[in-house]
Design a protein around this ligand. Structure first.
Ligand code: HEC
Ligand code: HEC
Length: 445
């Protein structure tokens, strides 16, 4: 918001603009509510504020296919891609909506807003994965449509009942695998990086264009007919001009001004001052020559700048790896980093567990061989390749503070848990200060 820059940080909480857009009752955007989606908006989030920028000006949402329910279940795209949650949806928001609507919000529609559609829908326990981890059920055909898979898949544990049941499981008339995944950010899309396979969307890269993605989102999540050409154009045009990023941080202050040290925020993102994948800016003016520990703003900014160096410079095994070496361009976008492949003992008891057995002729999984336990086979459900079991397409990094939990299966409740995951998984041994710096850096993006 333009006038926002004139206010000093101390006045932020008192600003009338804050009341207009950031007050808790305005945090939720209902399908079909029909208001104008302003040019710029800011919302409170746990570490500061999330900024949303429509580059082509305010959007009239009445009759707009991203904002209106296209099918009978009352959901629109906006239902699961909320501006106050960086165009994703936090688990905390799902809980808030459950309380406010006594579970009646279209968000909780049985099709994928429940652990399984055939559970009693009025019980919160039937929606526990959405309420606790912000997960939606994704039902994929088995075997995959276009390829002959190199492996067989069995259900080892089925806590939701949706993989072994008569109606939805692998033994149903139309055999499907149900896995549970977080919504992904529908903004900053010009920064999504093509891998060697080109541009792909979703945790398993199953969609290769925004049009195809919008068709399956409408027919799937919204249980609607295939959108018209005009509706598809509206959706893709809207997503393609939208930017989200943290715009203020309670410790660092405003993040949005180009001329100052501040290179973050949605306007700078639109203008390419800093990218969306990991914001490789140097933060040079945040690195004061002498650190004044009594100045909390300066100390925090210096920590963010160091966190950026940890991200791009702290080397760990295998030889020469940094956070930035995967989270940068030109790399395959899907990879198994151990978020979904688990042993029977370490698997999350709330999520399904599958055993994948690879054919003798298949190239084995790079680290796990030919028998793999997994909670989401990821790319392998599309490619049919044994080597792809557990490979997940990496997400962009903007607005992380507004959209916990993290990883495609919501397994990291906080940014600190993400860092902790990597520390364990790669045996990094971050110091307490490196951890804190990395968390601070990720939280201002
Ligand atoms: C019920 C919740 C829900 C609704 C409604 C919904 N989405 Fe999503 N969206 C998701 C989930 C969950 C994913 C991730 C799925 C996966 O990874 O397999 C996702 C992923 C996406 C992505 C992929 C982004 C990326 O970086 O890969 C786009 C784009 C998207 N949705 C657009 C839309 C559009 C357009 C609509 C309306 C036609 C819509 N969504 C409706 C839940 C929803
Ligand atoms: C070997 C490649 C690789 C390395 C090294 C790596 N990442 Fe990742 N990262 C991924 C992949 C793949 C995902 C997606 C995993 C998933 O969602 O299950 C991911 C996901 C993430 C996410 C989740 C974003 C979201 O929206 O949920 C964050 C944050 C993240 N990584 C931060 C880091 C940090 C910090 C480091 C360094 C300590 C790091 N990554 C190192 C590949 C890597």
């Amino acid at each position: 918001m333009r006038t926002f820059g004139l206010l000093t940080l101390g006045l932020l909480a008192l600003s009338p603009l804050h009341a207009q857009y950031g007050s808790p009752d305005r945090l939720w955007w209902d399908a079909g509510q029909g208001s104008l989606f302003p040019w710029e908006m800011d919302f409170d989030d746990p570490t500061g504020r999330i900024g949303v920028l429509n580059t082509s000006g305010a959007v009239k949402t009445t009759g707009h296919a991203f904002f209106e329910a296209l099918g009978p279940n009352g959901r629109a795209c906006i239902t699961c891609h909320q501006p106050s949650n960086a165009m994703s949806l936090s688990a905390a928001m799902a809980v808030k909506r459950w309380k406010e609507t006594e579970g009646k919000d279209p968000l909780f529609a049985a099709v994928d807003g429940a652990n399984c559609p055939d559970l009693p829908q009025e019980a919160a326990s039937s929606h526990s994965l959405l309420l606790e981890k912000g997960l939606f059920r994704i039902a994929l055909p088995w075997p995959p449509k276009k390829v002959t898979p190199e492996f067989s898949i069995e259900v080892v544990r089925d806590p939701t009942g949706c993989n072994t049941g008569r109606n939805y499981g692998l033994k149903a008339i139309t055999p499907t695998v149900s896995i549970y995944r977080r919504p992904r950010v529908t903004a900053n899309l010009k920064y999504l990086l093509p891998g060697p396979e080109g541009l792909t969307f979703m945790a398993d890269g199953r969609e290769t264009s925004l049009e195809d993605q919008a068709i399956s989102a409408s027919t799937g999540h919204e249980q609607a007919q295939i959108p018209t050409g005009e509706q598809l154009r509206q959706i893709v045009e809207f997503e393609s001009q939208l930017y989200v990023a943290q715009s203020a941080d309670w410790h660092a202050g405003l993040l949005t001004e180009r001329d100052g040290p501040m290179v973050l925020g949605p306007v700078n993102l639109r203008d390419g001052v800093s990218g969306a994948i990991s914001a490789a800016v140097s933060f040079s003016s945040w690195r004061g020559p002498v650190e004044d520990k009594s100045n909390t703003q300066m100390a925090f900014r210096a920590s963010v700048a160091r966190g950026r160096d940890v991200f791009f410079g702290r080397i760990f095994e295998p030889a020469g790896t940094t956070c930035g070496s995967c989270h940068s361009s030109g790399k395959t976008r899907w990879m198994d980093i151990g978020t979904t492949n688990h042993t029977e003992a370490t698997a999350d008891p709330a999520l399904p567990l599958f055993r994948v057995t690879c054919n003798d002729s298949a190239s084995p999984h790079p680290t796990l061989g030919r028998v793999i336990y997994t909670q989401d086979p990821g790319r392998a459900l599309i490619s049919g390749k044994c080597a792809d079991v557990g490979a997940i397409v990496m997400q962009q990094f903007r607005g992380l503070s507004a959209r916990a939990p993290y990883f495609s299966n919501g397994s990291a409740a906080t940014i600190g848990d993400v860092v902790e995951f990597y520390d364990k998984q790669y045996g990094i041994k971050f110091t307490a200060r490196e951890r804190e710096d990395l968390v601070n850096y990720l939280s201002v993006l």
